[in-house]
Design a protein. Structure first.
Length: 345
């Protein structure tokens, strides 16, 4: 399944029926000057008997990203249960996310913003190896609202959106909110699920096949060369010389998630499995780093990072509307455009 972002198309997380066990991850409180994930719960969540547990787990997931990303911005996320935004989640669906998007931008603009924002060695490598093509996906790019904040294009107080993204969770699923003693058999790691959906809201998604592209699409490779298709096989930031992660290519899984298996522990895999404790991997951090976020990479981080990057795990599905349903509205003096995308019922 795929988290469809800010186009307002729904993204869902597939349920995989296997179990495994992974050691507990430790998460520390975020520093004062860092990314802040601000969840706003609607009544479908706040009225639940397990609301306190949900809040605690969601905050752990937000803190995990705050510990590895340095941008001093606040990302506002509307959180619901049984739906995401205005879209109902099917019973048994783990979760889904929506993003608010700005667009359209040219490839030249995207390159300029990424280079101006560069702050890490990976940023430098990525910028030096950006594709030379002048037109990708019709030279039409979009940014998630969260990315626009990270790049300094809009501020916390000058945004066109009440919410930078939406995250919803499904009914008919057993969630484990407490990962201190691992994840119980038959239950899904709720913190890992939230980390996955936050990652999408922050900009880890593709527009290929939908008539436009995203900064993340600039780092897709196939057979050692850039590939601007949803069939790309790997993620690389050095001109396709080094494969940092494999893209999912199976089932209904999202093609911008990593490949998945029952033993995967990466939160951004295409499928989540019950009984598995998931963590943020180096590839997840790098992916956000090179698309506009400042990454803090240190061996001293107490965040439980996932291990193997060979076969990462989880999936989503997106119902994508035709281009004729897109609505473009001018926003502010920055020359940014708001892309509102609605999925037909």
């Amino acid at each position: 399944m795929r988290s469809s972002r800010g186009r307002l198309a729904v993204g869902l997380l597939s349920v995989a029926v296997f179990s495994a066990l992974f050691g507990a991850a430790l998460v520390t409180a975020p520093p004062a000057q860092a990314l802040q994930i601000s969840p706003i719960y609607d009544s479908s969540v706040s009225s639940r008997s397990d609301f306190t547990q949900i809040k605690s787990a969601f905050n752990q997931a937000g803190d995990a990203w705050s510990n590895v990303l340095s941008d001093n911005v606040t990302i506002n996320i509307r959180v619901s249960w049984g739906s995401v935004g205005s879209y109902i989640l099917n019973n048994g669906t783990l979760g889904g996310s929506l993003d608010s998007l700005y667009g359209y931008f040219t490839y030249s603009q995207i390159k300029s913003w990424l280079k101006n924002d560069a702050s890490t060695a990976d940023d430098k490598t990525a910028n030096q190896n950006l594709p030379l093509v002048s037109s990708v996906a019709g030279n039409k790019f979009v940014l998630s609202s969260a990315q626009a904040k990270a790049l300094g294009l809009v501020s916390n107080y000058n945004s066109a959106f009440a919410y930078d993204g939406y995250i919803g969770f499904g009914n008919g699923v057993k969630y484990d909110y407490d990962r201190s003693n691992g994840i119980a058999a038959g239950y899904f790691d709720f913190v890992g699920l939230v980390e996955h959906e936050i990652d999408h809201v922050l900009g880890h998604f593709s527009g290929l096949g939908d008539g436009y592209a995203t900064p993340f699409d600039l780092f897709r490779c196939s057979n050692g060369a850039p590939s601007f298709t949803s069939g790309a096989s790997s993620f690389s930031i050095d001109g396709c010389k080094t494969n940092l992660a494999n893209f999912n290519s199976t089932g209904s899984g999202d093609r911008d998630d990593w490949a998945s298996s029952p033993t995967s522990t990466d939160i951004q895999g295409a499928y989540l499995y019950p009984g598995v404790l998931y963590g943020i991997s180096a590839a997840d951090i790098t992916a956000l780093d090179v698309i506009g976020w400042g990454a803090k990479k240190s061996s001293s981080l107490s965040l439980g990072l996932a291990g193997s990057l060979g076969s990462l795990g989880r999936a989503e599905v997106a119902n994508v509307p035709e281009p004729s349903t897109l609505a473009l509205l001018a926003v502010g003096s920055l020359g940014l455009w708001l892309l509102g995308r609605r999925r037909p019922a």
